[in-house]
Write a protein that binds this ligand. Structure first.
Ligand code: C2O
Length: 546
């Protein structure tokens, strides 16, 4: 294992998309941002220097951060923001993971433009558990707004309403031929016939889960969230914000005289509205005869309907750990603590003398067990580490919903949310089972829940209300998917297990940024253990202060 150094200068850069130029936050002037490459076991040392007028933090999404919680990055959870002119060195190792992850800003909506791939290769003399690909290509999905996203979200939060939708989705930062002048901004995957490509798919979009497909080609899923999975073939992939999926693409044995369209568009079941545009890219065969090319029509892929929840559930269930001797699925088989969380939306009262854009003059709120998380103004991890929790957070996050109703039935009236900075405290090595239940208070909706600091096993999922008497009997404890982000099914539930063996403060939230902003988030505090490698070290000396 080696140490790899990166320098990330956060700076503004003019970028033109959809025929309009705007100044966006970038790392080193690049959009999407630079690719980080490491081998499993390597240490990454990334110096981030803030040259912009915004407060910034970066998060290494899906990296386990074993005993390096100070480097995790969510603002006001593990660190105070890096202010203008300041810098912070994120230092951590990549252990027990191989595949694709990504980094992104973790404050307000800055991840709209601040994101890039993290490629984790196997250890030096290790090979993939699938045929060595000819080439590897990151494909990172995003969203593009013509307007300034910081203005959009702050206006939305003030009015209590929904922020504007994006104007386009992007593939590697490119919007595709959505309008005439944008056709040149089309991502092209140049391929040779008869070869296998590893596509590293990343959904960095702010607010939408995406279907993705390539016309006339089959994809083989081999890795999800940097964990190898049992390979399976599918023409279409569903990827939520926060998820990463590696697929193999085997090209046609002979060069066809046509191009193939790749396309991504949203899977959405909420009350909407949502950006329902489609982003396209091209697969171009390098040795195609240019004279014959384009005479035949381009082939376009067929994608499911925007609200195809049956596809979403089926696809999610197909993802299984390899569960071999070399890559075991270490599913906790005893459970120390059980939690049942409702996740969804609710409302809160409109402040006096103000008009609000939520339903019936309320403000939208996101909740877990009816608690809408209030962001503290100092970092929880510092408060915890230095025993200064008073006035910052309370440890009374409810293990169960405060009241029981038909979660997926007709919308109950008048469910106002509670607010607070509440956490769950877990002793070191607690084995946790957590059932997350979607609620249809504002409308059933799939919520991609992301847990920091851990991978968890997706042991069960289903539609309707979770049944504690019947459903656990069907849990998969043999080869469940091991992930860091899972879609809580629209109108259903998901059950996960993890072993709390990483001390620190770990954020858990919906990776739809609009829901996070509304409060659909909470945090776990995992206490130090007594053993030598069971404690969180002291913070680095350059940790920003609030
Ligand atoms: Cu990808 Cu809390 O984030």
């Amino acid at each position: 294992a080696i140490t790899r150094h990166y320098k990330f200068n956060i700076k503004m850069q003019n970028v033109t998309r959809l025929c309009q130029t705007k100044s966006i936050l970038t790392v080193n002037g690049q959009f999407p941002g630079p690719r980080i490459i490491a081998r499993e076991g390597d240490r990454l040392v990334i110096k981030v220097v803030n040259h912009v007028t915004y407060n910034v933090t970066l998060h290494w999404h899906g990296v386990r951060q074993l005993r390096s919680g100070w480097a995790d990055g969510p603002a006001y959870i593990t660190q105070c923001p890096i202010q203008t002119g300041q810098s912070y060195v994120y230092s951590f190792s990549v252990t027990g993971q191989r595949g694709t992850l990504f980094w992104h800003a973790h404050i307000s909506w800055l991840r709209a433009t601040l994101y890039g791939p993290i490629v984790i290769l196997p250890k030096k003399h290790d090979s993939y558990p699938f045929p060595q690909p000819f080439k590897e290509v990151p494909i990172i999905f995003g969203e593009w707004w013509k307007a300034d996203t910081e203005t959009i979200i702050s206006q939305a939060l003030q009015s209590g309403g929904a922020p504007n939708n994006s104007d386009a989705y992007t593939i590697n930062g490119l919007t595709g031929a959505l309008s005439n002048c944008s056709a040149k901004d089309t991502f092209k995957l140049k391929v040779k016939p008869g070869k296998t490509y590893l596509l590293r798919l990343i959904n960095a979009a702010l607010n939408d889960e995406l279907f993705f497909s390539i016309a006339n080609h089959t994809l083989t899923v081999v890795d999800a969230d940097a964990i190898y999975v049992k390979p399976f073939k599918t023409p279409i992939v569903l990827i939520t914000p926060g998820q990463t999926i590696n697929v193999l693409l085997t090209t046609k044995s002979k060069t066809p005289n046509t191009n193939f369209v790749m396309a991504a568009r949203p899977y959405a079941t909420g009350p909407g509205p949502f950006d329902n545009t489609t982003v396209t890219g091209l697969v171009e065969y390098e040795e195609s005869n240019p004279k014959q090319m384009n005479k035949k029509p381009l082939l376009k892929p067929a994608l499911p309907k925007f609200n195809d929840t049956a596809f979403a559930m089926k696809f999610s269930k197909r993802i299984r750990s390899l569960a071999t001797a070399k890559f075991p699925a270490n599913v906790p088989n005893k459970v120390d603590r059980r939690f049942f969380f409702t996740v969804g939306l609710g409302t809160r009262p409109c402040p006096l003398n103000q008009t609000c854009q939520g339903p019936n003059n309320t403000m939208f709120a996101g909740t877990v067990n009816n608690v809408s998380f209030v962001q503290p103004n100092t970092a929880l991890l510092q408060a915890h580490f230095f025993n200064k929790s008073r006035g910052v957070y309370t440890t009374d996050f409810p293990a169960n919903p405060p009241f029981i109703f038909n979660y997926t039935g007709t919308t109950p009236s008048n469910i106002m949310v509670a607010s607070g900075t509440k956490v769950v405290v877990l002793p070191f090595n607690t084995s946790v089972e957590l059932v997350m239940q979607d609620t249809s208070i504002i409308g059933a909706e799939s919520h991609p829940l992301h847990l920091h600091g851990y991978n968890f096993f997706v042991v069960g999922q289903g539609f309707g209300n979770f049944n504690a008497n019947k459903d656990p009997a069907k849990f998969n404890l043999v080869d469940p998917a091991e992930r860091n982000t899972v879609g809580v099914p629209s109108g259903g539930w998901v059950a996960i297990r993890f072993l709390a063996d990483n001390p620190g403060v770990w954020f858990m939230h919906c990776h739809l940024e609009v829901h996070t902003s509304w409060g659909l988030k909470m945090a776990w505090i995992v206490m130090d253990g007594k053993g030598p490698n069971q404690r969180l070290p002291r913070p680095p000396s350059d940790l920003p202060t609030c």
